[in-house]
Design a protein around this ligand. Structure first.
Ligand code: HSE
Length: 432
């Protein structure tokens, strides 16, 4: 069989990882693919003469490479949005298969790109777009295709997980932990995307589309990052038996699909809690397979290259098993105020008799049931009239809009002397 002719756009860390994996593992890859995978052309806006291209031609014009008609597959690893999108559209319109690691363009334009691929009998592979080396796209698309899923939850931003782990284990502040993550090269060029949840929301958009046929609706995904998490919340969570993780959650409910990215308290005993540092993990609850769990490197040259090469091998077979356009029978994504979760609340309150009772009364009038509460002895900084203490409460599950109403009333109490912190709680009880 003729080799699969690959054009590689980009020559950054991941693209170099792809060249390395294709070279190091050439024999096994050819055996599984049924033919050689040959990178015949590389294009990158920046020349890197020090990189061994293994005989491929080099140019700085990525769009021209994408439009060539002598390639079987174009691999897009230039990152960014505009040129990457143009490049992918050019190749697909030409009937050339595409493999990309670009979560933003898939999350924002996935529907259109998969339609374009289908209209031109091309395949679009994006295993590398979500959770690096973890094969979650192919699991949802193929191995778990016989299931209806109840939820998909994941730690899908390694930078946030690294920061929260450092805060929990070393007592670092958010900003110190972010600095360390940047120094170690975990955070992307703009750390806002990582720490404010945008990167995770791109990935969750893709998981929601594939897992629930919900379309690629990034704009409807609720996004909250970790920059407001305080070390004291991590400590209170620990005392209550929880770890704070930044999660992406897609969950089927009767009225629609929840798709949300935010920090959450997860029980210390849960598998997700053991995922520390920059590691990623995804757990899927399905009606036939039960709970399945995937963990591994969510970024980095070789893990991400592994996902790219997996897609290339898939394409090299006669019928690729890559994602297709979701079925279009999408149930709506629910707005965040319709989401139902348990809550952790930290309420800075004057240390006065009856303060806790007044908070409890409001919650009770809103039919919010308290599961656990702690009121610490140690006082916060002195205020004009006295001392304050945090009232920490765990609630049972309640719709967000009900919690919003209750917290507006609690916040207005004269005893409440600062902004209330609220963090959602996910029990994710294992059933099998
Ligand atoms: N910046 C991402 C993360 C890796 O921190 O997980 C690439 O998606």
């Amino acid at each position: 069989m003729d080799p699969l002719r690959v054009g590689l756009c980009g020559l950054g860390t991941v693209a170099q990882g792809v060249l390395q994996v294709l070279s190091d593992n050439a024999e096994g890859i050819a055996r599984r693919a049924g033919r050689q995978l040959q990178v015949v052309a590389v294009a990158s806006r920046t020349a890197k003469p020090e990189v061994d291209l293994g005989g491929a031609t080099f140019s700085t014009d990525v769009l021209t490479l994408a439009g060539r008609d002598d390639l079987d597959v174009v691999v897009e690893l230039i990152g960014g949005e505009d040129t990457a999108l143009q490049l992918v559209e050019t190749a697909l319109s030409n009937g050339t298969h595409v493999v990309t690691g670009n979560k933003a363009i898939v999350a924002l334009h996935g529907e259109r790109l998969l339609s374009l691929a289908s209209a031109n009998s091309a395949h679009l592979g994006f295993e590398a777009a979500v959770a690096g080396g973890i094969p979650i796209i192919s699991s949802l698309t193929n191995a778990l295709a016989g299931n209806a899923h109840e939820w998909i939850v994941g730690i899908i931003n390694g930078t946030s997980n690294f920061i929260l782990t450092a805060m929990a284990e070393q007592g670092q502040s958010f900003s110190d932990a972010l600095e360390e993550a940047q120094a170690l090269g975990y955070a992307e060029a703009d750390p806002t995307f990582d720490v404010e949840g945008v990167d995770a929301a791109h990935k969750l958009t893709i998981l929601t589309a594939l897992g629930f046929g919900a379309g690629f609706r990034f704009d409807d995904v609720y996004v909250e990052g970790i920059s407001a998490i305080a070390v004291e919340d991590i400590e209170y969570a620990r005392q209550l038996g929880y770890v704070i993780k930044h999660i992406g959650m897609a969950r089927r409910r009767a009225a629609g699909i929840e798709a949300r990215v935010h920090p959450a308290l997860v029980p210390q005993s849960h598998l997700l809690s053991s995922i520390g540092g920059a590691t990623n993990a995804v757990m899927v609850r399905s009606n036939a397979a039960g709970d399945t769990f995937y963990a591994g490197a969510g970024a980095g040259a070789l893990p991400t290259a592994s996902a790219v090469v997996g897609d290339l091998v898939d394409i090299s077979k006669s019928s690729a098993r890559l994602p297709r356009l979701p079925d279009g029978s999408a149930t709506p994504l629910l707005p965040i105020d319709r989401v139902e979760t348990e809550y952790y609340l930290r309420i800075p309150s004057l240390d006065q008799p009856g303060a806790f009772a007044r908070v409890a009364t409001i919650l009770s009038e809103c039919k919010i049931s308290i599961e656990a509460a702690i009121q610490r002895e140690q006082a916060g900084p002195s205020l004009d009239e006295g001392q304050w203490v945090p009232i920490v409460i765990l609630t049972h599950a309640v719709e967000e809009q009900v919690m919003n109403r209750a917290l507006a009333e609690v916040q207005a109490l004269p005893e409440v002397v600062g902004e209330i912190t609220r963090i959602r709680v996910e029990q994710l009880a294992v059933t099998n």
